[in-house]
Structure formats: structure tokens, C-alpha cells
Design a protein around this ligand. Sequence first.
Ligand code: SAH
Length: 366
Amino acid sequence: MKTDCKGLSFTELEAFLISIGEPKYRAGQIFRWLYRGVYDFADMTDLSLPLREKLQQVATITQLVPEKIQISKQDGTRKYLFGLDDGNAIESVFLRYHHGNSVCISSQAGCRMGCSFCASAFGGLCRNLTAAEMIDQVVAIEKDTGERVSNVVIMGTGEPFDNYENLSRFLELIHDSRGLGLSYRSITVSTCGIIPKIEVFARDFPTVNLAISLHAPNDEIRDQLMPINKKYPIADLLAACKAHTELTNRRITFEYALIDGINDREEHAKALAKLLAGMLCHVNLIPLNKVEKPASPEADQPISTNPADLPAPAGHLDQPAPAARSSAEAFRKILESRGINATLRREMGDDIDAACGQLRLRNLKT
Ligand code: SAH
């Protein structure tokens, strides 16, 4: 089997070169090409011809091929549908902010966490992405746009802590200054709350930002929205967050999608403020993006449609609706008045279904 150079760390690439009888200093040259978006050894023009030919015999380079690119007319957000080698497809989003370009990447094809309001959950989990597939989302987008990416958020399809090994390899790879050299501080990993991995992550990557999808001020509501809450309820989750902060001294972001009548009322805001009092945190309020369940999710042929080892959501929210702008604003004010830092996020790219929870939706429908 050929070796995929894209997923190798610098040291592993050196070892691979030695194993095929080449000097290890070639790793620097190859690494540079890989992260510049070169996918054919023949194009690595500072390598000798015999070496290029040898590499073609024994190695490959993972390549994500953009099958569709949608560009938002509102704000220039670009959504990519990438085809994978095995016929699966994933999505990534490129967002242009004042402070630089950001890419939102997927960590799995599908997701088995089963959150009732999220489109990514509808087809179940197909499979984990490799570190190479994660990093190539960034490389392919830099190549397509001709622009540097300065921030990466792992907030696309999938639960990154359900694919921890590949996630951590990806983080090490993207941070390597001989390749893309992204600072850990400009990367954010978002989780639905897999507590054991929060603990490991704090030790492994103390400077990478952590975001928690909270979405509810109590277990009763969170149980309905997110099956993971039955396994890791709010009190335990927040204890893990506090331990994370103690170890890393970093501010955690809590994501909170406002759903009309479910979690967006005054009493919910007050309860949330009480819950988060004294924590080094920030709340990101997002009026729910509407997602319609596709008629036949089977079309996606998932390996598992149920969140394995997770109980089903207690109450199903058939058609949850976004909170009104006025109640979202009121919610934010209550948090602020109680000393909790909160922003009401401006949604980008919702005309192309690129906003939170909408990834893969169109794809499942077609
Ligand atoms: N599985 C991880 C990574 C996904 S991040 C996690 O749960 O954190 C994507 C974010 O968008 C999560 O906070 C998710 O809860 C949120 N989201 C999902 N569907 C949404 C919707 N319809 N409207 C607003 N936010 C949504």
C-alpha cells in the first residue's frame, strides 16, 4: 500500500524518506509543497527527477476535490462540497472577517450525536475523517481562494472529540511552522460535551480554544435537545469546563442556539446567568438556523443512524423555530446585566445554507 504523505508529521516524513533510502532533509522540501497545495510529486520541481518518480511509485497525497462551491451574495462566504476517495462528501466553509480569513472544517462525515436541531445529525455517522482529510480542507481552500487562512474552527459536520486521535494529529500538523504554521490560539475546537476528552484536551492542547455547545440552562431542556446530556449532564460538564480553565487559564465559549419557546425566555436567561456565574467564559448566542429534516435520510447510507451508546432524545422537537430577534436581544441583555459576557452572533452565509447546523443538508436532499 502506498504511504499518504499528507497525513505524516514532519518527523514521520523524515523516517519515511530514510526508509526508502533518501536523505531526511528532503522532508522540508516535500512538506512545503504539500502545504502549498501541490498534489502531484511530478510538480515538486526542486526534487530530482528520479526521486519524483520513486515517490510516485510508493506514496500518494490525499486530495479533496471541490465538487461544488457556493458563494454567498450577502457576504462572500464560500461553502465547499468536497468529494472524498470513498465517495463520501463533506463540507467546509470559508468566512472573511475584518481580522482575517477563517475556515470552518468538518471532523467526520456525518455525526452520531443526534442533536435534534442540527442537520449534521440527520444521516447518522458515516465515518471519521483522517487528519489528512481535515488538513486538506484548509489547504484546498487556500489554493482555491489564493488567500491565507488565519483562523480555523472545527465546527463543521461531526463531533471532533468523537474522533480525538485524528483531531490531535490534525492539530499538530496544522501548527507545524514548516507547513501552515497556524498558532494554536487561532484554532477553536467545539464539542457537544464529551467530558473525558475535555480533560485530555486540556492537557494535550492547553492553548487551543475550546467551545462548548450548551444550548440549555438545565438538564430538562438539554436532555430534549442533545442526547449526550443524558451521559454527561450539565453539572458534570461545567465542572469539567472549570477544571479546563484552571489548567489552561483560557476563556471558554458557550454556544447557545435560541429556539423559540424552548430555551429563549427570560427565566432561561436568568438560569443560564446563574449557571455560568464566576466562570471565565463568553456566550455566543445564535438564533436557531432553520433546518428541515430531509424526507429520506437513508439516501445517505450511514453506517449507524443512531447515536451509538447514547439514549434517544426524550422529547423530539419536530420543527423548532428560531427565537425572535427581540427576545434574542433581551436574552443577551439579561446575561450582560448579570455580568456574563455575551454576543448575539451575526449569521454569515445563511443564503447558501452555510450557517451552523445547515451543513450537508442540501447535500442529503439531492
Ligand atoms: N459537534 C460539535 C461541533 C459542531 S459545531 C459541537 O456540537 O460543538 C456546530 C455548532 O452549531 C454547534 O454549537 C451546534 O450545536 C450548532 N448548531 C447546530 N445546529 C444548529 C442550528 N440549527 N442553529 C444554530 N446552531 C446550530
